[in-house]
Design a protein around this ligand. Structure first.
Ligand SMILES: *Cc1c(COP(=O)(O)O)cnc(C)c1O
Length: 404
């Protein structure tokens, strides 16, 4: 059982006010808040052992390197990767996806096919379009239905010996749908295609096991699981990471450099050119420790309770429609009210201290599908409460009263 009052004490930001009202933070799908335990790790790094890693013979460099590599092992264990060097530190999900897309530019040939899902974030659409332009490969899309679920029969029809790559998110950030990635991966493998899973939105709610899933690549951002911004990771199976060329050239990623030829470092350093976000990597590890100290089963159960409660309460409001009605979803509610622009609702809620997201949520194709400009999105975390949901519902009712 989650002791939400105790948990809330870990988050200093939850004590502040916005527009004279206690902050109600429901924009967790955009970024999560940071607990004191992670803030302390960041302060400790810069106060006590800030140094560049992997190079120095001195004590600080050694301490920083140890902490950074310990964090890599924490992440390896969390995702159940077989080897620590299958975890590459990146600046986030977007960077991780671009790293893989860039690598496939030298593997794909004209006429090869890439399959993406209709539920993708822009960061999981644009890099593949760029890759198709470079290679002459063709992008195919798994369509969605009115509930915001992928149409798996259509996926079966898209798969063929031409399919080289399949990309989908684990959980949709715009609608909260949990996609059947086990099935997607299993079927892709029957035609020999590699699969990259965008786990940015799944990792706050689920502990993924990359080996059990048999994912070829799995990517995530620290800032959505109580860690810092500008930090993320790429998991790749060793054989795939060995096949892909380096993404950026520079220090740290080389074995030997002469002007005639440079040989690259082994994994993971081959993909980690330049001085990384050392503190970010260490804090990512601390964020994973924090989440595990609460427990993902507890988090999932509590967030589900919040989702059910909020869905029920919001649907009492006349003219309110929820987008994304799959039975298999996480604590994200995207909604609109007939005749009102989502932005206007968001603005009134902000005056009441309630932070929600409005707009297309970096997923314009989904909005086009529903023929809407955007939605209001309230996304709940394990540190939110039913009382806060009551404030949201009252706020939306107030907005309706003012705007209709
Ligand atoms: C947030 C998010 C991204 C982008 O993550 P960045 O940290 O901005 O790189 C990609 N995909 C999904 C599903 C997301 O929720």
């Amino acid at each position: 059982m989650i002791d939400v009052q105790k948990i809330r004490n870990d988050f200093p930001i939850l004590r502040r006010e916005v527009n004279g009202k206690p902050l109600v933070y429901f924009d967790n799908a955009a970024t999560s808040q940071t607990p004191q335990q992670v803030i302390d790790v960041i302060v400790d790094y810069y106060s006590n052992y800030n140094a560049n890693i992997h190079r120095g013979v001195h004590a600080l460099s050694q301490e920083a390197t140890d902490a950074y590599e310990q964090a890599r092992i924490k992440i390896q264990k969390h995702f159940n990767a077989a080897k620590a060097h299958e975890i590459i530190f990146t600046s986030g999900t977007t960077h991780s996806i671009n790293l893989v897309a860039n690598g496939f530019a030298s593997i794909l040939q004209k006429g090869d096919e890439i399959i993406v899902s209709a539920l993708e974030h822009h960061s999981n659409i644009v890099p593949w379009q760029m890759l198709c332009e470079k290679t002459g490969a063709v992008l195919k899309v798994i369509p969605m239905n009115q509930d915001g679920e992928l149409m798996m029969n259509a996926y079966d029809d898209l798969l063929s010996s031409k399919t080289k790559l399949v990309f989908t998110n684990h959980i949709s950030n715009a609608l909260g749908t949990i996609n059947p990635i086990e099935e997607i991966i299993r079927k892709a493998h029957t035609v020999g295609a590699a699969v990259l899973i965008d786990g940015a939105q799944a990792c706050p709610h689920i502990k993924p096991d990359v080996q059990a899933l048999d994912a070829d690549f799995y990517v995530a951002s620290a800032h959505k699981i109580c860690g810092p911004t500008g930090q993320g990771m790429l998991y790749g199976k060793e054989e795939w990471l060995n096949k892909l060329p380096p993404y950026q050239g520079g220090g740290e990623m080389i074995e030997e450099v002469t002007f005639e030829k440079t040989t690259y470092a082994d994994l993971p350093h081959k993909f980690e050119a330049g001085t990384p976000n050392i503190c970010g990597g260490i804090a990512f590890g601390a964020a994973i420790d924090y989440m595990n100290s609460i427990g993902f089963d507890e988090i999932a159960a509590y967030e589900h309770e919040l989702l059910e409660y909020a869905t029920e309460q919001l649907l009492n409001i006349e003219g309110l429609k929820i987008y994304g009605t799959s039975k298999n979803k996480t604590s994200v509610i995207s909604f609109n009210i007939e005749g009102i622009h989502p932005y206007d609702i968001g603005t009134i809620l902000d005056k009441l201290g309630i932070a929600v997201r409005t707009g297309h949520h970096c997923a314009q194709p989904i909005m086009d599908y529903y023929k809407i400009p955007g939605t209001v999105r309230a996304s709940f975390s394990f540190y939110n409460t039913k009382e806060e949901i009551d404030l949201l519902v009252a706020g939306v009712e107030r907005a309706v009263g003012m705007l209709v």
